[in-house]
Write a protein that binds this ligand. Structure first.
Ligand SMILES: *Cc1c(COP(=O)(O)O)cnc(C)c1O
Length: 376
């Protein structure tokens, strides 16, 4: 059951799988002329940026530190969108960003002159008010009824567009191209008439382009149509799709016990190392496991923090789990490393890369200083 000889817990990103995803994205860029940016919110493993840079046009950031990381470690174009900029940070942000997207006309009035004087391309995030996500995903729906993300038609002030070079919308999460098409229809219905004179249109992220059943042809048609109709540069800024299924979180069983169920305590933690398991919530795939009861031995996989709810889920295996066995969580490159914390003094997983030749290389190990360094 050993997956790697590296110490655990360990995030292991697979170079071959990463390249597979990147090749799909570059193909879309080649066939549409769109520029594709890495949304660093999902994945900020900057040691991989030199590889990503061969395929992608740059990065997008949600704020100051991501923008700085993108500028310093990735290069290419650096785009920034934030729901609200902070006065004390904006000047510094201008050092890093090429595109600055504002969330409201009020923000544009407050910061637009500074951004334009610094030669930045300014845009507005719009809210096409077209919900395409299942109700259970309300937390991830920027088109929900009280969303703060983007300008609605009601708040749109066409008289203030002078100096705005592009529009941005981001409404999808793990979705296929049919939902993009519906969203584009809603966008054009509301805001299409303001596209004249614009230089670019950013279609945000949430496009699950590298998923097996993703309809790349529809995406390509949609992007090409928009490019021709409005004569603009199209941007896409996926996060998940860049690293979908390209990494694992490898853990080791520390203890097995029984309380109405067989319970395995791992050296990882849902709360600290994969908080989306509790926040989304979702059940991460586990290598060589089945649904509870499907295989011979069923276990509740749990974390080592003292949080009672630090439970990852119930899984079955062909063999019993014993202390020392590895349990491998799949699809763990996205929204994990960027979200870890040291709650309860649980150590951070090391970060490693499985190279194209199959060797596992440690990139970064963490220690007590990383826990203490964020406290005082
Ligand atoms: C989160 C986010 C993305 C990336 O979304 P994915 O679902 O990871 O593709 C892109 N743009 C904006 C504005 C975002 O907030």
């Amino acid at each position: 059951m050993r997956f790697t000889e590296l110490p655990t817990p360990c995030f292991l990103v697979d170079e071959n799988r990463l390249v597979q995803n990147l090749a799909v994205l570059r193909d879309v860029a080649d066939r549409t002329g769109a520029k594709i940016l890495l949304a660093q919110k999902a994945f900020s493993m900057f040691s991989a940026y030199p590889l990503l840079r061969e395929y992608l046009a740059g990065t997008t950031a949600s704020g100051l530190f991501e923008a700085r990381l993108g500028r310093e470690e990735f290069g290419g174009e650096t785009h920034v969108y934030s729901p609200a900029y902070a006065e004390g940070e904006f000047q510094e942000l201008l050092q890093y960003a090429d595109h600055i997207v504002f969330n409201s006309f009020h923000q544009w009035k407050a910061y637009g002159n500074l951004a334009r004087a610094a030669g930045k391309s300014c845009g507005l995030r719009l809210n096409p008010e077209c919900s395409t996500q299942p109700a259970a995903h309300a937390m991830y729906d920027p088109c929900g009824p009280t969303s703060r993300l983007g300008v609605t038609l009601e708040n749109f002030q066409p008289e203030l567009l002078d100096g705005i070079e592009g529009f941005h919308f981001h409404t999808l999460c793990e979705q296929n191209a049919d939902d993009l098409v519906r969203t584009v229809e809603a966008f054009e219905e509301r805001f299409g008439k303001y596209m004249e004179g614009m230089k670019w249109l950013n279609l945000g992220g949430g496009h699950h382009i590298t998923r097996d059943d993703y309809d790349v042809e529809t995406l390509v048609q949609c992007v090409n149509r928009l490019r021709k109709k409005y004569g603009v540069q199209i941007y896409l800024e996926p996060g998940e799709a860049v690293v979908l299924n390209a990494g694992w979180l490898i853990s080791t069983v520390l203890e097995v016990m029984h309380n109405h169920a067989e319970i395995a305590i791992l050296d990882t933690s849902a709360a600290c190392h994969m908080p989306d398991v509790l926040e989304m919530p979702y059940r991460p795939p586990v290598w060589r496991s089945g649904e509870p009861g499907k295989k011979a031995f069923t276990y509740l996989l749990t974390g080592r923090s003292c949080l009672a709810g630090d439970v990852i889920g119930e899984y079955s295996f062909d063999n019993t789990l014993r202390p020392g066995d590895q349990v491998v969580f799949e699809d763990m490159a996205l929204y994990t490393m960027v979200k870890t914390n040291t709650f309860n003094g649980v150590p951070l997983p090391l970060i490693a890369m499985r190279r194209a030749d199959g060797t596992d290389e440690v990139i970064r190990m963490f220690d007590y200083a990383d826990f203490k360094g964020r406290l005082s």
